[in-house]
Design a protein. Structure first.
Length: 333
């Protein structure tokens, strides 16, 4: 079956939905071309089917493909930011990394190496998890490519700065403590957003503050509103290279039931998208959307939310990248 694609801006775009219905065929993110169908990508969307680091409900290993399936309805023009990201730069789906489900250490190394390989030509990554363990190797790769520690906004109900769990140092609850210890985060400009829910004790917060994290709670978003939160975050980040990590459990379970450690009282998908759009113009060097566990999802709620989050992250990146000379389109597409 021949794939028909819109080719605005000289780039290979999504499959033409006026010719092939959106629900037909194998899913790539936003029906974009695969990485092997383009000469090179400015932005690559890649999956990491790994959830061996979870502490509660498993299933995020199926998150990437669930987000891809739910992304079929994403259209090429983003009116909220007035950009057609797939025309401005070449975006492609790089498929899934092949990670060992039985060896967390090896999985982390694989993710780091794959992320470095995918960004060797200057491409930026939007990664679909997978559980939050994968943020550590993704941050390592982002910091190496940036040539410096990176600023980070971490959208999550949880801090993910715990030390160990059952003696394990590398889990989905520890990546950002490890990242601070490794010196790959710019501790002048790191913040959690959407934090809520019971903790083990006040020490969790004290440790977190000591590492340098700011906290914008879910309650802060509700009480102060999106604009004030965005101003606060932008001031802290400035023009530093920025990594954005989105644990989908930052959303209320009403908006994202399909996740492993749900907490009541979360922000809405509208609030999350508005905060992300408020980051326009910042130097977004990498991003992930993690912890989507489709077995607990209903009516693709979580998948749809995650696909829109990933779409806006791609748009923010595309917005700041300088469009290259339109690439010639290969004959056989
Ligand atoms: Mn979480
Ligand atoms: Mn998390």
């Amino acid at each position: 079956m021949e794939e028909l694609r819109v080719t605005g801006g000289g780039r290979l775009g999504p499959i033409d939905s006026s010719r092939i219905p959106r629900y037909a065929g194998a899913a790539t993110f936003a029906r974009l071309p695969r990485l092997d169908q383009v000469d090179r990508a400015d932005i690559a969307v890649v999956g990491v089917p790994f959830d061996s680091g979870v502490s509660y409900r498993p299933g995020a290993r199926f998150g990437g493909n669930h987000i891809r399936e739910a992304s079929r309805l994403l259209r090429p023009y983003n009116p909220a930011l007035d950009i057609s990201p797939f025309e401005r730069v070449q975006v492609a789906d790089a498929g899934d990394m092949a990670v060992n489900p039985f060896n967390i250490g090896e999985a982390i190394e694989t993710v780091q190496q794959n992320a470095l390989d995918l960004t060797a030509d200057g491409a930026r990554l939007v990664t679909l998890g997978g559980d939050h363990t994968i943020a550590l190797p993704l941050l390592r790769a982002a910091a190496e490519r940036a040539g410096s520690p990176v600023a980070m906004l971490h959208f999550d109900a949880h801090l993910d700065t715990w030390d160990t769990y059952f003696g394990a140092e590398y889990t989905h609850g520890t990546p950002f403590r490890r990242a601070v210890e490794e010196g790959i985060l710019d501790t002048e400009a790191i913040s959690h957003v959407g934090t809520r829910g019971p903790l083990y004790g006040v020490r969790d917060l004290e440790d977190d503050r000591r590492f340098g994290f700011g906290i914008v709670t879910s309650s802060d978003v509700y009480r102060k509103g999106v604009d004030e939160i965005v101003d606060q975050l932008r001031q802290r980040i400035g023009n530093r290279p920025l990594y954005v990590s989105v644990d989908i459990d930052v959303l209320d379970p009403a908006h994202a039931p399909g996740t492993g450690t749900p907490e009541a009282g979360g922000i809405t998908s509208r609030e999350l998208l508005e905060i992300l759009r408020g980051l326009r113009g910042l130097n977004l060097v990498g991003a992930d959307v993690v912890e989507v566990a489709p077995a607990y999802d209903h009516a693709e709620l979580t998948g749809v939310a995650a696909s829109h989050v990933a779409y806006d992250l791609v748009t923010l990146m595309a917005d700041t990248l300088t469009p290259a000379t339109p690439a010639p389109i290969a004959e056989d597409h």
